[in-house]
Design a protein around this ligand. Sequence first.
Ligand code: NI
Length: 252
Amino acid sequence: MRLQLCTWPEVAAYLKKSTGIIMPIGSTEQHGPTGFIGTDALCPELIADGIAKKIDVLVAPTISIGMAQHHLGFPGSVTLRPSTLIAVVCDVVKSLTCHGFDRFFFINGHGGNIPTLNAAFSEIYAETSFRDGGGNRAGVRCMLKNWWILPSVLEIDAKEFGDAEGRHATPGEVSLTYFGYPKDAKRVARKKLTPKRAPDGPIYDADDYRRRFPDGRIASDPTLASGKIGRRLHKAAVDELTDAYQAFLKEK
Ligand code: NI
């Protein structure tokens, strides 16, 4: 169930049964000429909703803006600097710990968020360790799962896309969003991009990124994306992460 669709008495009742919550987090950034700008937020959100259909779990509002400074050369991309994202994650977690949540299961959709998220978790733990009276409860734990590198997801990607999966605006993530939003997919999907597979290379600032990767993709061919494959990726991620979430709650 989405936290946003609950009443506060429902949240209070949930907390008597469980102190765990799923935290979808992503980014709002260009995903090449055929991928939605919201891809990295939409994917974890779709997966979190899938988990909530299988088991009784609350899903927090998606943190849909992440650390994406390198995409600012493309219209529509929005970023938080790392220090802002750390503050956002810490404040959201701390807010929920005030009510008794203490197991935060982050489903992340954006590689650029990983270092910042780990830094945010360290900030949260440091506050507990320092016991500064900041409202954080002892025993708070954060788990980070990056959906696109789950073993079951990688297996499908390797079989369907091979090297064309690439690194950004990948056919895997684009497939998952095409599965979730088929009408919009019809509008944006294309059969051909030039070059077929985008160039690869390092990531620096936004100007450099736009120069190296003119249409936004890195090493990928998202014309291979399909809602059909997206459905399989969704099921694989939902199944694997449902198990991982339940194991996280049981952790000693
Ligand atoms: Ni992405």
